[in-house]
Design a protein around this ligand. Structure first.
Ligand SMILES: Cc1ncc(COP(=O)(O)O)c(C=O)c1O
Length: 382
């Protein structure tokens, strides 16, 4: 019998928690009404359930002066934040200004910005330092008179580094610039007292935190104005038309509640296994480089480059035993833009691997993974 590979790819997605599934249960077949159908009792009940979920998210994230817009996930939230804000700015001011971002952002930020460039906006893509972090000084030096928006992620999806978001937001406030952050990878993994003071616009996704797929939020300051991406019935304050997926929203709000409540305990557990994996691999193998700052880092992320091996053979061998993400997986076989942005060569990026730990990961799986990777490295270096 072939055993299924060990899953070390929890940054790409997570399974739903049973409490989340239980919370969604009655919304599939019984309470299926459309929250916009307020003319009947079932619709009114659904509408109330929608607002209960929205308020629960506000409470758990400590949001006071913010609006929550439900979207299909972090990709859509990023698109809505960037296109919505930039196009509205253009309409209001009659100008195409400058937007600053980081080269290591997710494609769901970089691609909308490249599209905005075609629409006449100026886009600055800053380089991070070799540890993956942005230098405050570099951001300050890149500011222009016409910079109106900065988008920098809280935690990186490939190398797990945590950007100095507080400092960045302060720079934005001082310079009257709106700040958006993609916090999809950070939620539930960092102690964030108040999401209110993180940024003017915040992107979150449910399936990264043991919630259902296909649901996310864009959280915005009350006074932010966005042009919608989807026009229609005017749901979600007119920012995102379309019938809201109530079961997913109910599940997402439960997942947020649990992610916040258990954040400290979960982070300790995840970091313990991540550190065991890292230390085991470094002890048994030479010439392994850790990608990204080890200090300012998500507890469940490990990204490493194995020197002196053939990258494609390495991935071919380990994929039978470990489900993980390669340095080229994220963008259709292209080499990771994150790894090359922090100074890795194409060859090094190819022999890199992202290993991300989940709540179901066991000590035995960590031990086995260390052995499989070590045996593969030894075989390839012979
Ligand atoms: C940082 C970041 N932003 C955006 C996304 C896209 O998220 P979604 O699948 O919810 O659209 C991901 C998912 O990989 C991510 O890690």
């Amino acid at each position: 019998m072939v055993s299924s590979p060990i899953l070390l790819d929890f940054q790409s997605s997570t399974p739903c928690l049973k409490e989340v599934v239980a919370e969604m249960n009655s919304y599939w077949m019984e309470n299926f009404a459309n929250p916009s159908s307020k003319g009947n009792l079932s619709g009114l009940y659904a509408s109330a359930a929608l607002e209960v979920s929205r308020n629960k998210i506000k409470e758990n994230l400590n949001l006071i002066n913010k609006k929550i817009i439900f979207t299909s996930g972090a990709s859509e939230s990023n698109n809505l934040a960037l296109f919505g804000f930039a196009r509205n700015f253009q309409q209001r001011t009659g100008r195409n200004g400058n937007i600053i971002t980081l080269k290591t952002e997710h494609q769901a930020v970089l691609e909308p910005l490249r599209q905005l460039k075609k629409e006449g906006f100026s886009i600055t893509e800053l380089n991070p330092e070799s540890d993956g972090l942005i230098l405050e000084e570099n951001l300050l030096n890149s500011l222009r008179d016409d910079t109106f928006l900065i988008s920098i992620m809280l935690a990186n999806n490939e190398i797990g580094v945590i950007q100095p978001i507080e400092k960045i937001f302060n720079i934005c406030k001082k310079n009257n610039i709106t700040f958006h952050t993609d916090a999809a990878q950070a939620l539930g993994h960092l102690q964030i007292k108040s999401f209110d003071s993180l940024a003017n616009m915040i992107t979150l996704s449910s399936h990264k935190i043991y919630g259902p797929k296909g649901i996310g939020v864009l959280i915005i300051d009350e006074d932010i104005q966005l042009n919608p991406l989807i026009y229609g019935g005017g749901q979600e304050f007119g920012y995102r038309s379309g019938t809201v997926p109530l079961p997913l929203i109910v599940g997402f709000s439960k997942a947020i509640e649990l992610a916040i409540k258990n954040q400290e305990r979960n982070s300790i557990q995840l970091a313990k296994y991540r550190d065991a994996l890292m230390n085991g691999l470094l002890k048994k193998n030479s010439k392994i480089l850790i990608n990204g700052s080890i200090i300012n880092r998500l507890p469940h992320n490990l990204n490493l480059t194995v020197l002196d091996i053939n990258g494609s053979k390495f991935h071919k061998y380990i994929k039978n035993h470990i489900a993980c993400s390669s340095g080229s997986a994220c963008s259709n076989g292209k080499v990771s833009h994150v790894l090359t942005s922090i100074g890795r060569s194409f060859k090094e990026a190819e022999s890199s691997v992202r290993l991300s730990i989940g709540l179901t990961t066991t000590a035995e799986e960590i031990e086995k993974s260390i052995n499989v990777i070590t045996e593969t490295i030894n075989k390839l270096r012979k």
